[in-house]
Design a protein around this ligand. Structure first.
Ligand code: OXD
Length: 313
C-alpha cells in the first residue's frame, strides 16, 4: 500500500515517521519524489493543481484540515482537477474542536469582560470601573454547526450565554437555539451581540460577512472569524467598526495570508489579528485518524468525513 504526501511547507520527515509508526504496512512517499507514480491514498494540504488530476489510481484523498476549500477550489482553475469518483475525506475534529472552542471563548470573554478596555485604561495608568455587560443580554450566534461549530456553541452555552446556531439544514444542539437555511438567517442574526463564523467556504458562503449582515447585528456587536478570510468583505468590516456598528473583531483568517504589512487591519486597534492559529492540525491526532480511516476503508467499512462534492464540504 502506498501513501503519497503533499504539504506546502515541504517538512515531510515528521509526517513520514508518524505514518511509518501508525501504518507500518504502508510505504509513505512525498509527491515531489513520486510524481507520475500510482499510489493508493493521497494525504494533502492545499495540493498543487497537477497533483490529483486524472488520479483514478487513488482510493481516497485525505485532507490535512477541516476545510476542504484548498482542494475543491482547484476545480475553479481546471474543472478536471479532481479525479472522478475518488472520495475526498476531511479531518473531523482531530483535536481541532477543543482548540477552536478555547480560541473563540477567550475572544468572547475578553470582549464580554471588557478586558481590552481595561488594558487600554491600564496603559494610561487609569483605575476606573466600567459598566459590565449582562450575560442574559449577550446573545452569541455561531454560523456553521458542524463538528467544530457544535463544540464551540456548546462551550459558550456552558458559560451561561444565550447561544444561537445557524446551519444550512436543521441541526439540534442541546442548549443552543437552532436556525437554518435562508429563511432562518434574519431571525438568527437579529440583535446578536457576538457573531462567530465557522462556516465552510463555498460559493454560497463567500463574502457572507458583509455590511448588510453587520447591519442586522446589535449595535456594537463583536465579530469573530475562524473559518476563512474569503467569508469576510474586509472593507465592510472596517467601515462597520469605524461607524461603531461593530465594536471590534477577532480575526484568525484573511484573504491574503500572511496579512500584508500595509493592510489597514494592522492599524485598527479594535481588530485583533492572529496568524491562522485558532485550530492547528495536530500531527499525531491527524495521522491516527487517517490511519484508522484507511484501515476501515480496507476492511470495507464506512468512514466519517467524506466530502459531498456538490455541497462543497
Ligand atoms: C483547517 C484549517 O481547515 O486549519 O483545518 O484552516
Amino acid at each position: 500500500m502506498k501513501l503519497q504526501l503533499y504539504v506546502p511547507d515541504g517538512r515531510y520527515d515528521p509526517w513520514i515517521a508518524g505514518f511509518a509508526e501508525a501504518l507500518p504496512e504502508a510505504q509513505c512517499v512525498t509527491w515531489e519524489d513520486s510524481r507520475g507514480e500510482p499510489a493508493d491514498y493521497a494525504v494533502v494540504w492545499r495540493p498543487p493543481i497537477d497533483m490529483l488530476r486524472g488520479r483514478t489510481d487513488l482510493k481516497a484523498v485525505f485532507n490535512l484540515g477541516a476545510g476542504v476549500d484548498g482542494i475543491l477550489r482547484l476545480r475553479d482553475e481546471d474543472p478536471q482537477a479532481l479525479p472522478a469518483g475518488v472520495p475526498i475525506v476531511r479531518l473531523d475534529d482531530a483535536g481541532m474542536a477543543a482548540q477552536m472552542a478555547e480560541y473563540v471563548t477567550s475572544a468572547v470573554l475578553r470582549y464580554f469582560r471588557r478586558l481590552d478596555d481595561y488594558a487600554a485604561q491600564a496603559q494610561a495608568g487609569k483605575w476606573k470601573f466600567l459598566k459590565p455587560h449582562r450575560r442574559e443580554d449577550f446573545t452569541i450566534g455561531v454560523m456553521g454547526i458542524g463538528t467544530l461549530g457544535t463544540h464551540i456553541a456548546r462551550t459558550l452555552a456552558g458559560f451561561g450565554f444565550p447561544v444561537r446556531g445557524w446551519s444550512r439544514t436543521a441541526r439540534a444542539v442541546e442548549g443552543v437555539v437552532g436556525f437554518h437555511g435562508d429563511a432562518g438567517r434574519a431571525p438568527f442574526l437579529d440583535g446578536l451581540r457576538v457573531l462567530v463564523n465557522v462556516l465552510p467556504l463555498t460559493p454560497q458562503t463567500e463574502n457572507i460577512l458583509n455590511g448588510e449582515l453587520f447591519g442586522k447585528l446589535a449595535q456594537g456587536a463583536y465579530v469573530i472569524n475562524v473559518a476563512r478570510g474569503q467569508h469576510l468583505v474586509e472593507a465592510d468590516l472596517l467601515a462597520a467598526v469605524q461607524a461603531g456598528q461593530v465594536a471590534g473583531a477577532t480575526l484568525d483568517v484573511f484573504r491574503a495570508e500572511p496579512l500584508p504589512a500595509e493592510h489597514p487591519f494592522w492599524q485598527e486597534p479594535r481588530i485583533t489579528i492572529t496568524p491562522h492559529i485558532s485550530a492547528l492540525t495536530l500531527r499525531e491526532d491527524s495521522i491516527a485518524q487517517i490511519a484508522g480511516k484507511i484501515r476501515a476503508l480496507r476492511a470495507g467499512q464506512p468512514i466519517a468525513g467524506v466530502v459531498d462534492l456538490q455541497r462543497g464540504y
